[in-house]
Design a binder for this molecule. Structure first.
Ligand SMILES: NC(=O)c1ccc[n+]([C@@H]2O[C@H](COP(=O)([O-])OP(=O)(O)OC[C@H]3O[C@@H](n4cnc5c(N)ncnc54)[C@H](O)[C@@H]3O)[C@@H](O)[C@H]2O)c1
Length: 437
């Protein structure tokens, strides 16, 4: 397994759990040292237990030769982040291919788990052949796990997609999953590559769609939660990914939408729908700031508590998280920004004060924003929190709280696409002198 990140570690650990011998190779020495010491360098529920109970079947190494020696499969699970052009950055993938030894006995199969543009398999095949590694097979086997439920997703996947140049290589990859009951979709390599990008682009499209419906709800007095329920009960549509909020983030959706949009563009087709999906998502994050301004006037000198930093609950992953855009926007408007998250750390986000508890984050704050729907925040609308805040304003970016109960508890509350039946106690939005001027 090349790559000890979210995908590599989970896939490696789970393959060991169904009885295989696994060697996991990474290029970051500290990561490998921690794994050898029994530490898990990422937060993924249940992963520690799977690694622990399979410790005698998993080795960690920095050494390519050790990883390749005797391997039947060479899984690639390295990062493929976007470049500045929006194309996927495949440098880590190429580093795996180029570091393979000159001669590899037997017929190991390279299995591509990383999400890559269509055509990557053909490029890898050509590069292997040019190096004389014609005996090394290649299979595209995209990964659909979701952070936060990754172990369960591996054990009970919706499907396994296997795209092969050589049917025997594909058969071997399918056999490797023996014991996992699910539908197997056999395709050619380009189709397997496109399944992954299309699936993530479609999920992102659903999110942007329901967010636009929410924005319309705010103007016409409808409630997006009821609208989404009514829409999602249609068996042709289903209820998933119809929760309005402050937009999608994470290491996959934004990158895969851009990658597919870019891939289509490079191939001569403008994927207009994805342009809109992207723009809607960017605007959705920023709408939080205008909602805050509506209640607080100018943000200069105001203190805002961001509750949640991770792009979704049950992960510490902050890549492309909406919290990043909201934090930068607030800082640029002159606000003081505090944050609380049970596991994510702001890392490279400058100028944010990290708090140890929700109460510490909201104490003296002019507003609190629910950015990530951590379960701990379900009880936010308490008298303790209300009394601790300078102004009891909650912007609920995930529609986690009940609007009526939250307003009844004395908060000024605004969700996403929820009707504004203001309670009599709810004060008028504050207006700063500066804004009036
Ligand atoms: N995270 C997800 O939820 C998810 C889900 C499905 C697919 N994917 C895709 O899987 C791929 C990996 O994603 P991730 O989130 O696990 O990334 P990650 O950044 O968490 O992990 C990648 C790891 O690869 C290592 N690496 C880089 N070059 C290497 C090399 N030459 N040899 C060995 N290791 C090397 C890095 O040090 C890092 O530890 C991406 O293409 C991503 O799009 C991710």
């Amino acid at each position: 397994m090349f790559g000890a990140g979210y995908v590599g570690l989970v896939t490696g650990a789970c393959f060991a759990d169904i009885g295989h011998e696994v060697v996991i190779r990474d290029v970051v020495p500290e990561r490998i040292e921690r794994l050898r010491a029994g530490e898990v360098p990422i937060y993924e529920p249940g992963l520690d237990k799977v690694l622990e109970r399979n410790a005698d079947r998993i080795r960690f190494t920095l050494d390519v030769a050790e990883a390749v020696d005797g391997a039947d499969f060479l899984y690639v699970a390295v990062g493929t982040p976007p470049t500045e052009s929006g194309d996927a950055d495949l440098r880590a993938v190429w580093s795996v291919v180029d570091e393979l030894p000159e001669e590899i006995p037997g017929r190991p199969v390279i299995v591509m788990k990383s999400t890559v543009p269509v055509g990557t398999g053909a490029h890898v095949r050509a590069r292997l052949d040019a190096r004389g590694l014609t005996g090394v097979g290649y299979v595209s086997n995209p990964e659909f796990l979701a952070e936060g439920s990754a172990v369960a997703d591996f054990m009970k996947p919706d499907r396994i997609v296997v795209g092969a140049f050589d049917e025997n290589d594909g058969d071997r990859v399918v056999e490797l999953h023996a014991g996992i009951e699910t539908e197997v979709v056999r395709t050619d390599v380009p189709s397997a590559e496109l399944v992954k990008l299309a699936a993530n682009a479609f999920l992102s499209t659903r999110i942007s769609f329901i967010n636009e419906i929410a924005n319309v709800c705010e103007l016409v007095g409808a409630d997006v939660v009821d609208v989404a329920k009514g829409v999602g009960l249609d068996h042709r549509l289903g209820p998933h990914f119809l929760r309005a909020g402050i937009g999608f983030g994470g290491s996959c959706f934004p990158k895969d939408v851009t990658s597919l949009k870019q891939l289509a563009g490079n191939s001569g087709y403008q994927f207009m729908l994805l342009h809109a999906v992207w723009e809607v998502n960017e605007l959705q994050k920023r709408r939080v700031v205008s909602k805050l301004q509506k209640h607080l006037g100018s943000m200069r000198g105001k203190t805002v508590a961001l509750l949640g930093l991770a792009f979704k609950p049950n992960t510490d992953d902050m890549r492309e998280a909406p919290s990043r855009v909201i934090a930068y926007r607030l800082l640029s408007e002159g606000a003081d920004v505090r944050a609380w998250d049970p596991v994510a750390r702001p890392g490279d986000l400058p100028g944010i004060e990290l708090c140890d508890s929700v109460l510490e984050a909201v104490r003296g704050a002019d507003a609190a924003v629910i950015v990530t729907e951590w379960p701990e925040l379900a009880t936010l609308a308490s008298s303790e929190v209300r009394d601790a805040m300078a102004r009891p304003v909650i912007i609920d970016g995930r529609n986690l709280l009940d609007p009526v109960a939250t307003r009844a508890a004395g908060f000024v509350y605004e969700g996403v696409g929820r009707p504004r039946h203001a309670s009599p106690a709810e004060p008028e939005p504050a207006r700063d002198a500066e804004v009036r001027a």
